[in-house]
Design a protein. Structure first.
Length: 93
C-alpha cells in the first residue's frame, strides 16, 4: 500500500491546486511504475484540510482520465453523501 501527502488548503502551501494535482499524479505514476492493476483514492485533502470539494473532485477526475492511466482501474472512496454526489455528477459530465 502506498500513501500520498495531503494538499493543505491555505496554510504554508502557496499553490494548493498544484500540490493536489501533484499528489494524484505522483500516486498514479507510482502505480504505473510498479505495474499496479488498480488504485483507490479518498477525497484527498477535503476533510480536515478543508480543500473545496468541487475543485478537488475536478482535479482528481481530470488527472485520472489522462490516457497514460487508462490501463489502471481507478476507484474513488468517498465517505460522505456530498463527496459522492459531486464525484458522480462530474463523472456523468
Amino acid at each position: 500500500m502506498k500513501t500520498t501527502k495531503n494538499a493543505i488548503c491555505g496554510g504554508p502551501i502557496q499553490n494548493p491546486e498544484n500540490c493536489l494535482t501533484r499528489a494524484y499524479t505522483n500516486s498514479l505514476d507510482l502505480a504505473v511504475l510498479n505495474d499496479c492493476k488498480s488504485i483507490a483514492f479518498p477525497a484527498i485533502s477535503c476533510g480536515a484540510y478543508g480543500y473545496p470539494v468541487q475543485e478537488a473532485a475536478e482535479i482528481a477526475i481530470s488527472i485520472c482520465l489522462k490516457s497514460k492511466y487508462e490501463n489502471l482501474a481507478i476507484s474513488f472512496f468517498y465517505t460522505t453523501n456530498q463527496l459522492l454526489s459531486v464525484g458522480l455528477k462530474l463523472l456523468k459530465d
